[in-house]
Design a protein around this ligand. Structure first.
Ligand code: ATP
Ligand code: MG
Length: 404
């Protein structure tokens, strides 16, 4: 799988961009606020149908485009996969004005010219994005970690992605019903049972898949971390599920695992479903009082532990940064294994803040990757030998040129 060409129209500060990727490694240098992150954001957007940072589609549309009668933005990636070429396309068009001052945009997705859903796009161009703020995966809120697990899994498992979309719909409906039951009091048991069943079926699938990914990431991240910390510390990742953490025997198994005695247990879907339902039965009154669903993968988390202690609470900044890097390196390995080929690596200005050992780990990864796009503010982040192998580009105010 290779990204061979990118074409942008009115995306962020790129009014127009046509860019080829003829070499495995592309280095993009630029000062602050020139468009480095914007370029990687565009590729990530085409890969996942989502921006890693924008909260509304309109944010990515070039400001100048708003002066045009029909503001729009277009992103196109030409990808070669298994010998055949694939054209991925996202167009953002302004919706007819529905009152209010903020223009809203709708997203149209095409693959080889044919209209598709976001679900179909995700996975066509598998990517792993490294950002300086990856440390937030360790320090930030559980919702960020859930988003991370979902984004990774959607790229490697289309069935997961479909279940996730359906689960979100069921959750919304169930929450609406719980609120209604709270307002009107009594009754509704029949209806609730219907939504419980859907929630349990889909939620168990998500839980089992996420726990398996967490176990795979744990194994790889542990190795990476050992290298990065010169064997001084032990990192463990653990999927923390409100459903399975209720099962005492499994809890014990996980505790054993943390001691490094047993391998990570794989969860049995029937067992998870039974526990999930039992949990919902026990929480019924509280869920109605709260008017929302209190149990399920939408409340779960991925725990980072060093020597058995939560890194989020007890880790130093350096320890947290190392854990985040180990996680991302592990993600690349796990994704490569699951996909049968390595993903495209996108590294946004992450070299400058790493020490020598961590830089070496990242450079080793880059050298073995079939394709990587790396941004930096300083060329000095890379050795002349490394730069020599790469295509060197420079970005100035949304214009990209070759460095000769
Ligand atoms: P840094 O080194 O500081 O991270 P960068 O090169 O990564 O800089 P970008 O985040 O890519 O910078 O942003 C480049 C410029 O794009 C910024 O000046 C930003 O204000 C501008 N920008 C962001 N959104 C839009 C938009 N919708 N339209 C036009 N310009 C935008
Ligand atoms: Mg940037």
């Amino acid at each position: 799988m290779r990204l061979v060409h990118l074409s942008l129209t009115n995306f962020r500060n790129f009014a127009r961009l046509e860019l080829d990727f003829p070499q495995p490694i592309t280095l993009l240098q630029g000062g602050n606020a020139q468009g480095k992150t914007n370029l990687l954001e565009a590729i990530y957007y085409l890969a996942t149908s989502r921006s890693p940072r924008a909260t509304a589609e309109r944010e990515v549309v070039n400001w100048l485009a708003f002066d045009e009668p029909l503001p729009f933005a277009r992103l196109v990636a030409d990808v070669v996969r298994d010998g055949s070429s694939l054209r991925l396309e996202i167009t953002l068009v302004q919706r007819a004005n529905q009152g209010g001052n903020t223009p809203r945009f709708s997203k149209q997705i095409r693959i080889n010219g044919v209209k598709k859903r976001a679900l179909d796009l995700v996975g066509c161009l598998p990517v792993v994005l490294f950002l300086p703020r990856d440390i937030r995966l360790v320090t930030g809120s559980p919702s960020g970690r859930r988003r991370y697990l979902n984004a990774s899994l959607c790229q490697i498992d289309a069935a997961y992605c479909r279940s996730l979309a359906e689960y979100d719909r069921v959750l919304t409906q169930r929450n609406a019903l719980l609120r209604e039951l709270r307002e009107r009091g009594g009754g509704g048991a029949q209806q609730l049972r219907f939504w419980d069943e859907r929630l349990v079926t889909l939620g168990s699938r998500l839980t089992v898949r996420r726990a398996a990914l967490a176990a795979a990431l744990d194994e790889e991240a542990r190795k990476q971390h050992r290298e990065l910390s010169a064997g001084r510390e032990r990192l463990r990742l653990r999927y923390e599920s409100g459903i399975t953490d209720r099962l005492p025997s499994l809890g014990q198994q996980l505790a054993l695992d943390l001691e490094g005695i047993a391998e990570s247990p794989s969860l049995d879907i029937e067992q998870v479903a039974a526990l999930f339902q039992r949990g919902l039965d026990a929480l019924r009154g509280r869920e109605i009082a709260a008017g929302m669903s209190l149990l399920g993968p939408h409340r779960d988390d991925l725990g980072f532990l060093s020597e058995g202690r939560a890194l989020r609470a007890y880790g130093s900044r350096g320890q947290q940064r190392t854990a985040a890097l180990a996680l991302k390196l592990a993600e690349v390995t796990v994704m490569s294994r699951e996909l049968g080929e390595p993903p495209l690596l996108l590294l946004d200005d992450v070299m400058s803040e790493l020490d020598e050992a961590r830089r070496r780990a990242l450079l080793a990864l880059l050298s073995s990757a079939p394709q990587a796009i790396v941004t930096a503010t300083d060329w000095e982040d890379f050795s002349p030998a490394f730069r020599g192998q790469a295509r060197q580009l420079q970005v100035v105010e949304g214009r990209i040129g070759e460095v000769v």
